[in-house]
Write a protein that binds this ligand. Structure first.
Ligand code: NAD
Length: 250
């Protein structure tokens, strides 16, 4: 993949899949805006990219805040003059509890980051891409955006919502050269998974019971995102792509 002269933005790029994707965009030649609420982790990602000879800048952003997202996108335009690719990846999961025990605050927080965050990012990325005549956006859903997952009604609701937002936006901007897709990773070996109080309910989605019998690695998600963002995927929009070791095929 050749992404020379392209500008890519990754939210939630201080850790896990976002960091791996920021590095993958940079390895393919793109200049990368690394964004996160975690400034230390974001700067570390930038350092990893620049140490490898790539180009990257950190801009802090809380994706739940409209002002913060607006200033992120203004910063991208100021520093790089435009935006070709955006990976809206920032996301959280709350403590596993069945519906009747789920704290309302957890539900609201997950929806704020995973739904409002993706909406706000697209809302501000799209006008900048339109100025350039097009672009590509990848949003992060989950296998929990395709099937029910006991213990995380909030997360499943949020990741199903990502599919609806992706398909709707894809149709709205298809003729204006912006492709918008989403991905559905199954369990990937990141700090998010390490921090979960995974209940036995969802163990089959995460571990050796999946058809491939293993977790994914962040790089395996990053490679798919870079491809979906690139001109090699020029006829693909409105798609939601499982990257899930076959777990939703069962
Ligand atoms: P992670 O916890 O390693 O990274 C998430 C990043 O998002 C962190 O750096 C965090 O600081 C950032 N973040 C959190 N809230 C934010 C906010 N309000 N504004 C900006 N940044 C914020 O998690 P990960 O596993 O790399 O997950 C990345 C994405 O992939 C998430 O959307 C997650 O839901 C999704 N996903 C992960 C898995 C998995 O198994 N790891 C599976 C499916 C989908």
């Amino acid at each position: 993949m050749n992404l020379n002269d392209k500008v890519a933005l990754v939210t939630g790029a201080a850790s896990g899949i976002g960091r791996a994707t920021a590095i993958a965009y940079a390895s393919a030649g793109a200049s990368v805006v690394v964004s996160d609420v975690d400034a230390a982790g974001g700067e570390e990602t930038v350092q990893m990219i620049t140490d490898a000879g790539g180009t990257a800048t950190f801009i802090a952003c809380d994706v739940t805040s409209e002002d913060s997202v607006a200033s992120l996108i203004a910063g991208v335009e100021e520093q790089y003059g435009g935006l070709d690719m955006a990976y809206n990846n920032a996301g959280i999961v709350a403590k596993f509890e069945h519906v009747h025990k789920k704290p309302v605050e957890d539900f609201d927080r997950v929806i704020a980051v995973n739904v409002r965050g993706v909406f706000l990012c697209m809302k501000y990325e799209i006008p900048l891409m339109l100025k350039n005549g097009g672009g590509a956006i990848v949003n992060t859903s989950s296998t929990a955006g395709l099937v029910g997952v006991p213990g995380i009604v909030d997360y499943a609701a949020s990741k199903h919502a990502v599919v609806g937002m992706t398909k709707t936006a894809a149709i709205e901007y298809a003729k204006q050269g912006i492709r918008i897709n989403c991905i559905h990773p199954a369990g990937v070996n990141t700090p998010m998974i390490a921090g979960m109080n995974v209940s036995e309910d969802i163990a089959p989605l995460l571990n050796a019971d999946t058809p491939m019998g293993r977790l994914g690695e962040p790089q395996e998600i990053a490679d798919a995102v870079v491809w979906l963002s690139s001109d090699e995927a020029s006829f693909i929009t409105g798609t939601s792509l499982p990257i899930d070791a076959g777990s939703t095929a069962v």
